[in-house]
Design a protein around this ligand. Sequence first.
Ligand SMILES: Cc1ncc(COP(=O)(O)O)c(C=O)c1O
Length: 442
Amino acid sequence: MAGGNDKPFTIDVSTRIKRLPPYLFARINALKAAKRQAGHDVIDLGMGNPIDPSPAFVIDKLAEAAHDARNHRYSVSVGLYNLRREVARKYKRRYGVDLDPETEVVATIGSKEGFSHLMLALLGAGDTVVVGDPAYPIHVYAVALAGGNVISVPLGNDEAFLQRIEHVLKNLFPRPKLLILNYPHNPSAMTVDSLFYEQTVALAKQYNVLVISDFAYGETCFDGYQAPSFLATAGGKEVGVEFSTMSKPYNMAGWRVGFCCGNSEMVRALSTIKGYYDYGHFAPIQIASILALRNGDEFVRQQADIYQKRRDVLVSGLRKIGWDVQCPRASMFVWAKVSEKHLAGQGTIDFSLRLLDQADVAVAPGRGFGDNGEGFVRIALVENELRIKQALRQMDACLNGKTKIQRPNKLVAGTTAAPAADTSAGPHAEHTLDDHPNVVGG
Ligand SMILES: Cc1ncc(COP(=O)(O)O)c(C=O)c1O
């Protein structure tokens, strides 16, 4: 036996992991997990993880295709041709955009994977990327993991925002390589109209900056609003790509199907990276997704209506508890400014911890999405209307001390929990997946 070496064995992770920014949702996740373990019925409005089922006809197709042994082999990393063709057809049908399925569409393992690998395909050490603040965290993390640097610009959806970006493009050397856009926006639910994209394309051409549009909430729109696709803008395909997903519109988040469409060179760069890293989705998932894209328009519309109704309940309830809340016209979130009185001098991370601790309601602190998110919380529309009302009552009791709410308390070992007041709608958050750090901020 070798002996005499008392040096501790160490594992040194890569610089790319070390340069990740601090993970600001960690304390909230830990408390949420601890509360659940102690038997609390936490109403989780923290994450954009859809609770409603995927379309039944899509599940049926998945099951049928899974029984066919021909579908059990490795698939192709860019996605089946028929799937890419169906995406192109949908873009044409909904947005009037022409896409070549061979060169301008690639299937990704969720848009998050696609986005992250595109960063790896386009960025090298020292390259810079312009991102609005606040931002969906992967828009920052993926840049950092690819060795790039993020230039944060206070978020907006108007000319002033584009002027801020132009100022950076004009004055920074080396010039930023990419501009990340995300409308309807996570977390702020901000939206744009097509004029904004026309101005963006002009800016991109003038400064030779590539544009990446994250269109995850493109089909979750309310009150007749239709979010424009960046690719529908004249010149859009010359300067950029757009990510879309099955996760939100079709309630297929766990299936991990997304797409990157647009500029063929950018699509090729992403396809090249993916060709080295993966073999594509399980073919039955792709086959079922084809059917969803082909026959799911009505499902998508109805799902948006469900979110709209939850939005109405949440926005009016928050106003009643004293918050000045804007009513979003898209996305799965209400981005709510917390009243000064209720913040009571705390930052939103501590405020959200207090709400979780005292009201058993989980929300995402705005600070977790960037400095400019401070003062806001993001509340996801991922519980049914009854549960959202229950959450509002618990928040009211905690923050205004008005209503006395009966809630299930800590489970004492060997006993069962007392039934919760008005949980007839049933808790949806009884799963551990939610507590995994990777999904927070989603
Ligand atoms: C803006 C945005 N982009 C991308 C994603 C990830 O979606 P997907 O499930 O397609 O990876 C999310 C998920 O919450 C999101 O909010």
